[in-house]
Design a protein around this ligand. Structure first.
Ligand SMILES: CC(C)(COP(=O)(O)OP(=O)(O)OC[C@H]1O[C@@H](n2cnc3c(N)ncnc32)[C@H](O)[C@@H]1OP(=O)(O)O)[C@@H](O)C(=O)NCCC(=O)NCCS
Length: 141
């Protein structure tokens, strides 16, 4: 009906069901040790996961984001993590880590539980984290 907004997530669920969400992989360097994984609908990028692999066998997930509120809570974030895990296995790292900031938690206090449900551990921040990190999230293989 004209003037009615779809409920949050409806659009993303529909696109998901219809298989309209595509995932692009953009190596930042030719050695593919840095990768941006980008879900898109048509030509619109709706999120990203930034991955950087270090020689000692770790993978930093520098950003993980679904850009638009209406596309969140429909499994796209989880799908992005699945893609990061698949990439991690392909480049044979033994752990993935990243930072969760106060601001991330302000946006969504359930974020740490979400990471735990996927299989990450939540640890105190250390010198691998961004300066304003509240938690380090880590998964070891
Ligand atoms: C965190 C983020 C990537 C998750 O992606 P997403 O596509 O929204 O998450 P998913 O749909 O895959 O998550 C599924 C679950 O989380 C829940 N969820 C996700 N965001 C939520 C929110 N803001 N409030 C309540 N529940 C939420 C979903 O309801 C769903 O729950 P279920 O598994 O019990 O059904 C996304 O919300 C985001 O971009 N947030 C802002 C940036 C950010 O915080 N990034 C993380 C930095 S470390």
């Amino acid at each position: 009906m004209i003037g009615m907004r779809p409920r949050p997530g409806f659009l993303a669920h529909s696109c998901y069901r219809l298989g309209l969400i595509r995932i692009d992989y953009s190596p930042v360097h030719e050695d593919e040790k840095q990768l941006i994984i980008r879900p898109r609908i048509g030509r619109t990028r709706i999120g990203e996961a930034l991955c950087r692999v270090f020689p000692e066998g770790s993978l930093l997930c520098g950003n993980l984001e679904v850009f638009f509120e209406e596309y969140r809570r429909s499994g796209i974030g989880r799908r992005l993590v699945t893609e990061v895990l698949a990439y991690a296995k392909r480049v044979r790292v033994n752990r993935i880590y990243g930072s969760v900031t106060e601001n991330d938690l302000k946006n969504w206090p359930g974020l740490i539980d979400w990471y735990k449900r996927i299989g990450f551990e939540a640890l105190p921040p250390d010198d691998e984290c961004v300066g304003h990190a509240k938690f380090k999230i880590e998964m070891r293989f």
